[in-house]
Ligand binder design. Structure first.
Ligand SMILES: Nc1ncnc2c1ncn2[C@@H]1O[C@H](COP(=O)(O)OP(=O)(O)OP(=O)(O)O)[C@@H](O)[C@H]1O
Ligand SMILES: [Mg+2]
Length: 291
């Protein structure tokens, strides 16, 4: 897989403890960056997860797919401790999220960026202020340093320095999404959680966002979890896909493995969403989205 061929992780001492080099060695089993172990979660009678297990490995991009309302966003929220689990265990970067105190949770959230569904920006703040918000909160960086970091992050997402002083209201939807991404990468997170990063974007910006996710993985060795209904983007960015079905992830594997799976649930999903097999890596087959 692509992450096995990556260069050594860059020094991240500025933002947190680097993952031990041994954990990145491709030849031996690696400690997962994120692990859900036997997790159950309900809201009243509404069962979302029942005995769910899922692991995300260092440097991989794992995409979660599944029907609307099944619990994809809940999964990300549990992962960073915004929603508690009923039972089971979630570990993120070696921290047990269920038993972590507020200070430890804050530290985890500093290392794990969450690009919210909708990618909301603070409308009363400039692009620079939006991107700098987390840096002011979590670092001792001064104004100049923050501006330089914000500029670098904007460039990373295909925007320019002149956009720094713009108000979000005057940006297009695609630009706002990209600013939200820039804000997420500014604190140099080790993990990025993207909730529907391409929803509502035109084809050009969908392609651009997919390219950015790959670029961040390649250049910053970020571990990512992407929630999406957008199968072309899923195919493009994913090392593995996890399919949410009946309160668990009965299938986790590559796009090819997904296509070849005999599992009836996977077959159902594929036939509900895809009309032809995945083409060669990097290209997009035409498709319909599921019900
Ligand atoms: N805080 C909450 N309190 C009660 N129910 C909730 C809460 N958050 C989510 N739910 C319920 O949990 C279920 C899963 O919601 P979630 O937002 O995770 O769906 P999703 O898979 O992300 O859907 P979509 O693809 O539409 O974004 C839904 O039935 C939702 O109503
Ligand atoms: Mg959602």
């Amino acid at each position: 897989m692509e992450h096995d061929a990556q260069p050594p992780r860059q020094d991240r001492t500025e933002v947190g403890t680097p993952v031990p080099a041994d954990d990145l060695a491709p030849a031996r089993p690696r400690t997962p960056i994120i692990a859900f172990v036997d997790v159950s979660k309900s809201f009243g009678d509404n069962t979302i997860y029942a005995g769910m297990n899922l692991e995300v490995h260092p440097g991989e991009t794992l995409t979660i797919i599944g029907g609307s309302g099944l619990g994809k966003s809940v999964c990300l929220k549990m992962l960073i401790g915004l929603l508690p689990v009923d039972s089971g265990r979630i570990t993120v970067l070696g921290t047990d999220i269920g038993t972590a105190d507020d200070e430890v949770l804050r530290e985890v959230r500093r290392r794990v960026a969450y690009v919210f569904q909708g990618g909301a920006l603070f409308d009363s703040m400039t692009v620079l202020e939006n991107i700098g918000y987390g840096l002011r909160e979590h670092t001792k960086m001064g104004d100049e340093e923050i501006r330089a970091r914000a500029k670098a992050c904007l460039e990373m997402v295909g925007l320019e320095e002149k956009d720094l002083d713009t108000m979000p209201a005057s940006l297009s939807g695609g630009m706002r999404k990209r600013v939200a991404l820039a804000r997420s990468i500014a604190p140099q997170p080790e993990v990025i959680l993207y909730d529907e990063p391409t929803t509502g974007l035109d084809p050009r910006n969908i392609t651009r966002i997919g390219d950015m996710i790959k670029k961040l993985q390649r250049e910053l060795q970020v571990t990512s979890v992407v929630v999406t209904h957008d199968m072309p983007t899923a195919r493009k960015v994913s090392d593995r896909i996890a399919m949410l079905y009946r309160h668990r992830f009965p299938f986790v594997g590559t796009v090819q493995e997904m296509w070849q799976s005999e599992d009836p649930a996977v077959r159902d999903f594929i036939h509900g969403t895809l009309r032809r097999p995945p083409a060669a890596h990097g290209s997009h087959a035409k498709e319909h989205h599921g019900p």
